[in-house]
Design a protein. Sequence first.
Length: 614
Amino acid sequence: MRNLNVKKKIESEIYKRCNELLSLQEPDGTWRYCFENSVITDAYMLILLRTIDYRNERLINRIAERILSKQSQDGLWRVYPDEEPGNLSATIQAYTALLYVKPLSHTEETLQNAKHYIINNGGLKNADLLTKVFLAMNGLYHWPDLPIDPAILFSLPLSSPINRYDISSYARAHFAPVLLMIEGKKKLTSSYTPDLSELLGKSDQGSNIEDWINLFSVLNIRDSYMNTKKENILSYIQIHIEPDGTLLSYGLTTIFMVYGLLSNGFERSSSIIQNALSGLMKMFCEIDHTMHLQNSPSTTWDTSLILYTLLEAGVPHTNAQLLKGANFLLSQQQNKYGDWSVHNPDATPGGWGFSIGNTQHPDLDDTQVALRTMAQYSRTHSSYYSSYEKGLAWLVSMQNDDGGWAAFEKNTNRYLIGSLPIKHAKDALIDPSTPDITGRTLEFLGNYHGLNQEYLTIKKGVNWLRANQEVNGSWYGRWGVCYIYGTWAAVTGLMACGVHPRDKEIQKAKYWLLSIQNQDGGWGESCASDSKRTYVSLNESTPSQTAWALHALTSIYDQSIPEMEEAATWLLSKQERASYPTGAGLPGAFYIRYHSYDKIWPLLALSHYYKKFY
């Protein structure tokens, strides 16, 4: 009787949640949720708008309200709620931006603790590199005196050990505009530009340039695609501008682009600047009556995940709303040869990107999720069959030589670059294979295409995961928080490809997951795991992480165990909006609260749990 009651409860909840998601679909077939990141995008956007004298006080004040809403009670800013003692760079970003809003002077009590915290922690010189770059672009921090002329660095040939395309695509896009400004130590200021001299640490002017030297030497040297001429940097930027005016559909890269172009003779009234501003405006979402600039709106990603989840939950593919969503995904498949083709020249386009505006920067995670929906329709619709075949071929072709899959590009894992003495060089400057992308790709190939270890592609991927398991049985997840995320992806991927549940790697992962379950039946991991590179408990449960753990265990066990029943019960009872970020961008600097996740992952986990055990 107990199992019957649980079965009916799960059935009812799955039905209810499916209907709720269907009711939230937009007329164009998409689902649109906020991609909520830290205050960096809001701060930089506010400063940009003030610097160009953008006349919209209501928008500027609503951005300022968003920044203030993220200030902790102690007056500091953090990139995740339990970060201690605070985040110096985020506090500098927020504090500086608020100084640009004249009614909020630096004498305001709400900012005093932030200012003292910055000063007591070494001032601006101890901020992260991206923060110092942006401050320098605004004349608030010094550009470095590099020991050699960057123009010389450009002249080294392609035959040298490193070139521009050995650096991650997102690093290239962020720093190409900076190269337009650093050589002439250019800056943009306005009547709103504040005085931050109090925040300069002792001997700041001549110290701490090592990061700059390391970074710019790599960005400039051995580059056959760019040379000393400014026009070639401009050409790179212009080639990578999306139809919506943004630079590779990122908010921060677009802000940097506007600075780079304005400092090199482009007028604010020029079409390239106006289009960029228009693209940025479309990236705003409203949160609690404030305005937040999403760094990359997640519409394509959310829509793909929701369609896949609804199909897994039992909604028939003949459903008109699902077909409308599938048609949207079909329109988003890319046909351009982007930067990915430099290391993979024999492949034809076929991937998907993260945002609607993304037409040339596909990623493997979006592609494997979109293909799950394409697979459902490929049997009866020729257009979907063609789409599926193209996407599948592109995805498989992007496998790295080491057997894993990365986020955006192939074989972009140069040891020399990843070992540079720059904080998080391995996370920001290179794009290596990761357990989460590799695991999810294998899970798709195994479950949706019937591939197993008899195929060399699968065997290489499985072996890569085996070799990259942590000693405690977990896997590190690069794009989610964090070890729970990576372990879920790796376990489900291995199981889908025929690895036996009694395999030692699976057993170690199983016991690790069970060992970190909370007393309430759920799972919760702190973003601190990301920077410390070791599991850190959140001491409370979150819907996404509980769903990931339950899904992983469901793939291992032949019958439900009490710990899984407790997890399912927790997911059934927790429906309030989750506020803890479970998406990751850059360790210690950038985390994402996907507003869609508490609706997607619990429903997916409950659906798999129900189908297997009831």
